[in-house]
Design a protein around this ligand. Sequence first.
Ligand code: F1P
Length: 293
Amino acid sequence: AHMEAELRSQPETWATAAGLREEQSLLPASGERIAVVGCGTSWFMAQAYAALRERAGHGVTDAFAASEAPVLDRGYDAIVAITRSGTTTEVLELLDALRSSGSSARTVGIVGDPETPLVDLVDTAIRLPFADEQSVVQTRFATTALALVRASLGEDLSPAIDQAAAAIEEELDDELIAAEQYSFLGAGWTIGLAHEAALKMREASQSWTESYPAKEYRHGPIAIAAPGRVTWMLGEAPTGLADDLRVTGARFEDRPIDGMADLVRAQRVALARARRAGLDPDSPRNLTRSVIL
Ligand code: F1P
């Protein structure tokens, strides 16, 4: 029940984030060289953040899984850590390592839990308690953090909010929920969303999912496209992809809506598949709310 309620609240939490001018101003300024880090869902949001910020012309923005982020000084002006719980070990260890290496990079945390220990480890904490969640499987914290980033880059989120609200109410067709396999694709900022959609399907519903940059998909992964399987593009598809897929017999999902709104549809498919399989999406197999090593 948590996942469903949190999923459904996304249009409101995005609208709230869009209005948080002060929190937006705490994000690194245009022109700074930055790295964005996180684990799991938060890493995928870091990837989306990096692509959006570079596209907006705000400067070099790298994204790393916190466990693989370089601790040697690469001359970043700031490091942004995204973490709902603020307790994820790899993120805390990275911040510790940066501090002990004498790095001069400013650190910024984007957190859900406002009292988390992480807030004492960063120079600036951006708290989004209204988007924090009970469920293990993240939905709204991740997308709301990204909504904050998009608004800070001057994007108008109204179309995304309206499309997400519509996506929450629409009826999902049976064939889409019952597929054997799903490959999620993205381009630019939606690559992170494709990875996130695939992760939701695995976490909530134990589904076989893959995810790729759309143009990479043709370099091999398309080999498994077949009838009864779904290839799902978030954002605009590259020219020719629809034709390539037609001959495979796979279903091509290619909605011309905002990537975050389409991610909400994928979250709903994950929830529907979990229910159908008799799984409780609030207690996913082998997972905990945050990974503490
Ligand atoms: C990161 C994360 C979640 C994932 C699972 C384990 O948590 O990987 O994305 O769904 O719950 O932890 P956080 O650092 O954002 O709290």
